[in-house]
Design a protein around this ligand. Sequence first.
Ligand code: GLC
Length: 501
Amino acid sequence: MRIAMVSSECEPYAKVGGLADVVDALARGLGQLGHEVDVFLPLYRGVRPPAGSHRRALAVARATDPSSADEDEGDVATVDLLTGPADGYRIRLVDHPFSYDRAGLYGETGADYPDNAARFTLLGRVALETISEEGSQIDILHGHDWEAGPALLMQRHLYASDSAVASAASVLTCHNLAYHGWVARGQAWQLELPETLGAPDGIDLLREAVAVADIVNTVSPTYAEESRTAAMGAGLDDLLRSRADRYLGIINGIDTTLWDPAADSIIPVPFSRDDLSGKQACRAELGARHGLQLGDGGWERGAPILGMIGRLDPQKGFDLLASAAPGLLEAGARIVVLGTGDPALVRGLQSLATTRPDRLVVLDRFDRDEARRIYAGADMFLMPSRFEPCGQGQMISMRYGTVPVVRATGGLVDTVRDADADPQAGTGFVFGPAEPEALVEAGRRAIAAYQDEGRWRELVQRDMALDFSWGGPAREYVAAYERAVASRRQAPLDAAQRQLA
Ligand code: GLC
């Protein structure tokens, strides 16, 4: 199949969150299955096109601010498209300095750019124009999150008679329903879409894209279920329920070559399932470098290190950790937190750390290498998320023999099984209520298991043997693409039947 993806992030070019890893790894996974994938991405500031890229100018329609004095300015934009070889797919970078040569991807100092609707409309426009001009029949237009909404909507509303574009089936992947891409009516001119679209006060790009895509998916089966409920559907549950069999959950994988403790050049000592001595060395190094008091002895007597990495925001449950930390320290844990985010949360954790510097370390920064050293050196990995469409930290940590302690939500349910409830096949420790007491209780259970050296070693080795590679998920996407193609073929028929009736 030929697949054109539209995304606002893709590793190693542009990353804020897990979306970037998924788009890159999925595109590569599809490539390995023999499919041809193009990824359209803005050329943000600092993005370096791969060697061997070629550049081509493209003139595309561009909306004009109706309140602007200068009426003929802005209706056509000249954009450069850089096309180059990525790892197993083609990257197509949209170069329009006015739109993308900025300090942030989405905004600066906590505020979104006011022209984000126009910026991502341009991304979609260039993708569709390129498909149209090249005339190379694509099978699938695959958008990620609301930023791909304009592409999916323009395909239906502006390119209906352009067969190269219109014949493609569309797939929308929702990585996080918390972000909708709301465009107020007064700004809707940025979208170049029919004025009748959306609600009187504006357009919810995610909602409209969900409504129009042939197949919609999210990134785990459990989150697909949860998001059909009013409590967790972020206002889209009605629509997701009504799309019934067109809405599915496909779990993400992780890139098992990028995340491999036996071949990781950043961690102090590589290790494998059969030889865990390197993991002990990583643990000792992590503790020593941060001045953590680990006590003597190995797994049966030393204190366990709990790692937590990520955006410090309530989605990820950092507030739960802040309240639970005293109880976890009391139970004997050492804690290392790495991440940036909500200043109040950071301050709270830091002030606790000053009272127990030998037990709690808070690293308020974004640091890929340190993240690897924590995945490798910690004994347990915390993910007390309030909601989690998929999550990747739990999968990476298991691959590094670090046992996850997670809340039972979204993709965490689908990837971690409680080791007390299921001693034969358990892989971590799972708790239900989003409450600090529940986290402390799960932490205590993990620490108790850690005291039993034989049991712990078995758990570590079981986790390291799990397969989280992209092969399986990539095949599920192919199956979803096939369904999308079938329903697209059906769609014109449906319309004709409606007319007859
Ligand atoms: C979002 C979700 C996360 C998911 C990632 C990649 O960041 O919050 O759960 O793993 O997208 O799909």
